[in-house]
Design a protein around this ligand. Sequence first.
Ligand SMILES: [Zn+2]
Length: 160
Amino acid sequence: MELRYTMVDSGQVLVLSDAVVKHIVSNRQSRSGQAEAGGQLFATFEDSTVLVTRATGPRKADHRSRFCFIPHRVSERREIKQLFKAGLHFVGDWHTHPQSVPRPSEIDLSNISDMFAKSRHGLAGFVLIIAGTEAPPHGLCVAICDERQCTELAITEELP
Ligand SMILES: [Zn+2]
């Protein structure tokens, strides 16, 4: 399944490829006791389209529990370098929540805004995806975040 979202402010389209949706969905916390999972999102840019084609993680070195996911920073930086060589740009993060329809926590919001402010990039916002236990698109929260706020995106198209 490929999912398309429109970023109202910029008029850009955010596309989550089938592989990315599958990877995130396969890590959902659908059984009780399953730990949170997460990773990074990588994309290519084409005209006004941001095409997210790779979702990484979770990794062995991440700290994972039922209500918490702390990524291994060294692994993250290594992924960014390696995938950049392959022409893929870091655009944000994803992680799971043990909620049916997920909402970002205060910590999620402050983490991504902090990261946006502190990193060097040419992006208008970082992508934050949170996967709940329900099937997509309903069980996915997809947002664009800058140093001040996160704006949840509405789905515009769902392709099989
Ligand atoms: Zn969270």
